[in-house]
Write a protein that binds this ligand. Structure first.
Ligand code: TLP
Length: 342
């Protein structure tokens, strides 16, 4: 049994011993000179998995997303995204600070919006308005509760965006989870977008790293901005090896995290003072409302029982299943929740 049982995020995982071995043995070189063979292997492989021309290894998901915004836009442009999108909500004002763009937020349902929402947000061609340039989508959607975008809805949004000459970026930090849950290969989602960011350090369990994928030309531009943003790394094959190991060995096992999340959600639905519809739990993120105790109090009570979760609002809690949490740990967490809610 792992102590504590850490359900705060899927970012908390530690490298497995096989992953650590791969990292220790990685061939390395100075990646700013383009000399790191392990980074090159990772970039080639992730581009292949996503069906894109090229990929760029970057330190974080936030950097991958912000590079995408930067390469698709000019200062003064406008981008369209869901009001709860990570790019807008959790990236420290990056679009304004790093790209000088305006964010126009769409009111999606659990992060999912429609082609009509995109069309309605377009600006007329008039000097008064910022030019609309880019649509960003998040799949799975974090604040949407790990919601998987239906492929037909994504196609509809992409078609509308294309009709109006907009570019498309996918924040695929948890695209791996979407694919395992839906059976739709990552590359089928990716085909609808110009650029796609993916993370190795969430469900896949690598300690560090994300990638931005897309057409060669755009990725070369992103490489320059990565340097400008301070993300050029040297003998980084050591961490790219962890990411490569995660990509090859940890994708299919995400189904276990999803099963654990469903079990947790089903048990929560039966607890008094908890509001959750287990049917909305499609992947590894479990959000629930507490009606009789402030979220912060429940977090503290659970912490005392060695179960870690996050308050994502005054009355909402997020629990994220991950590589370090077994089915038995989930039963322990359920028992701790029952006691804490009493
Ligand atoms: N999400 C983190 C927090 O920032 C909220 C988490 O614990 O879930 N896109 C999505 C959809 C994400 O959920 C995250 C991280 C990122 C991008 C950014 O990744 P990092 O943390 O590597 O910059």
């Amino acid at each position: 049994m792992n102590r504590p049982i850490d359900l705060r995020s899927d970012t908390v995982t530690k490298p497995t011993s096989a992953m650590r071995r791969a990292m220790a043995e990685a061939e390395v070189g100075d990646d700013v000179f383009g000399d790191d063979p392990t980074v090159q292997r990772l970039e080639t492989r992730v581009a292949e998995v996503l069906g894109k021309e090229a990929a760029l290894f970057v330190p974080s998901g936030a950097m991958a997303n912000q590079l995408a915004v930067r390469v698709h836009t000019q200062p003064g442009d406008e981008i369209l995204l869901d009001a709860n999108a990570h790019i807008y909500f959790y990236e420290a004002g990056g679009p304004a600070a790093l790209s000088g763009v305006m964010c126009r937020c769409l009111a999606g349902t659990r992060g999912v919006f429609t082609g009509a929402d995109v069309a309605a947000a377009l600006r007329p061609a008039d000097v008064h308005f910022p030019p609309t340039r880019l649509v960003c989508v998040e799949n799975t959607h974090n604040r949407g509760g790990g919601k998987v975008w239906p492929l037909d809805r994504l196609s509809e949004v992409a078609t509308t965006a294309r009709q109006h000459g907009l570019k498309l970026h996918l924040d695929g930090a948890r695209l791996w989870n979407a694919s395992v849950a839906s059976g739709v290969p990552e590359r089928d989602y990716a085909a609808l977008f110009d650029t796609v960011s993916v993370c190795f350090s969430k469900g896949l369990g690598a300690p560090v790293g994300s990638a931005l994928t897309g057409p060669q030309k755009l990725i070369e531009r992103a490489r320059r901005f990565r340097k400008q943003f301070g993300g050029g790394m040297r003998q980084v094959g050591i961490i790219a090896a962890g990411a490569l190991h995660a990509l090859e060995h940890h994708r299919e096992r995400l189904a276990e995290d999803h099963a654990n999340a469903r079990r947790l959600a089903t048990a929560l639905a039966e607890m008094p003072g908890v509001d959750i519809d287990p049917a909305t739990v499609e992947t590894n993120l479990v959000y629930f409302r507490v009606t009789r105790v402030p979220a912060a109090d429940l977090v503290a009570r659970l912490k005392a029982a060695d179960v870690l979760v996050l308050a994502s609002g005054p009355d909402t809690i997020r629990a994220v299943t991950n590589l370090e949490v077994s089915a038995a740990d989930i039963e322990t967490a359920i028992a701790a929740l029952r006691t804490a809610l009493r």
